[in-house]
Design a protein around this ligand. Structure first.
Ligand code: R5P
Length: 317
């Protein structure tokens, strides 16, 4: 028997959630996007076929579980199943945005822990590693018993706000839960820190109770992981304006932008909302105030390092 060519190559596939990001990641890696058909049967069920031979390969599937979250999650699960059954040697679910992260603990009676359920589903379907970015809660990493590489978009935002036109900065956390993220930004931008004491009135409404820290006359940068309905962000922007902030910017990793978000952003005293491309801005979710920075090089570099068994954490030192 002649020995075949050894296989330990890398293949990167994408579902339908964010093909542009997948293309940009593959461009960074100097690879073509793997060939797969991810379509629908006539009644709407997902039909998938991987066209490339993946046997023995190190395979990455890029899919944010952004809206429509159920469709995108199901596509990812089916993709993982197809790859596992096709004898890929290692399968990494690359989830730039990990949706279903907000129910991450039993904080009321009779509620699910959906973030854990999703973790179980991913592993059950065939994921052997997960690569994600700015998860809503860091502890979601512990919901997996497989390796999770957790990236931060912070270096991309910090490069942007380090430019000389941004002076006299104060970094603002829009709620108590975001203090750690805001403090890390403030340290790297040599800026002061302010904190908004927010009360959530409902899923769509947030109310500012207090503002801690000095913002008068400063350029405020609100940092957060998600902008969904825009309630937290826009209430914080209004409070900053009321307390005398001169210019107000925001740096938010995942632009979910659901429900009344676009209207709120248009009306809020925000100079600019800077987001990343973990979630694409489809039609109706673009606005002159919204600027998109790409995290494709960061994700591409992390994929390269995972493939070559190099340190990923050293990307952030
Ligand atoms: C809250 O803990 C998160 O960090 C975000 O502030 C929140 O999910 C944003 O949601 P919304 O835009 O609907 O206020």
């Amino acid at each position: 028997m002649t020995r075949g060519k050894p296989k330990n190559g890398i293949l990167v596939f994408t579902g339908n959630s964010n093909p542009d990001l997948a293309k940009a990641i593959c461009a960074y890696l100097k690879l073509a996007v793997g060939s797969a058909d991810v379509g629908r049967f006539s009644e709407g069920e997902i039909r998938l076929k991987v066209n490339d031979d993946v046997r023995g390969q190190d395979v990455f599937v890029i899919q944010s579980t952004s809206p429509p979250a159920n469709d995108n999650l199901m596509e990812l699960l089916i993709f993982l199943d197809a790859l596992r059954r096709s004898s890929a040697s290692r399968i990494t679910a690359v989830m730039p945005y990990y949706g279903y992260a907000r129910q991450d603990r039993k904080d009321q009676p009779r509620v699910p822990i959906t973030a854990k359920l999703v973790a179980n589903l991913l592993v059950g379907a065939g994921a052997q590693r997960v690569l994600s970015m700015d998860m809503h809660a860091g502890q979601i990493q512990g919901f997996f018993d497989i390796p999770v590489d957790h990236l931060y978009a912070a270096p991309v935002f910090i490069n942007y706000f380090k430019r000389p036109q941004f002076k006299n900065l104060v970094v603002v956390s829009p709620d108590v839960g975001g203090i750690k993220m805001a403090r890390a930004f403030a340290k790297r931008l040599h800026a002061e820190l302010a904190i908004v004491d927010k009360r959530r009135v409902s899923d769509e409404e947030a109310e500012v109770m207090n503002l801690l820290g000095e913002v008068r006359g400063r350029t405020a940068v609100i940092v957060d992981d998600i902008v969904a309905t825009g309630g937290s962000l826009c209430e914080a922007a209004h409070a900053l304006k009321k307390h005398g902030a001169q210019d107000i910017y925001a740096a938010v990793t995942h632009p979910v932008l659901s429900g009344p978000a676009m209207e709120r952003i248009a009306k809020a005293p925000l100079q600019q909302l800077v987001v990343t491309d973990t979630i694409p801005l489809g039609p109706g979710r673009r606005h002159r105030k919204i600027k998109v920075l790409s995290v494709a090089p960061l994700l591409g570099e992390a994929i390269r390092r995972i493939h070559l068994e190099e340190s990923v954490s050293s990307l952030f030192v």
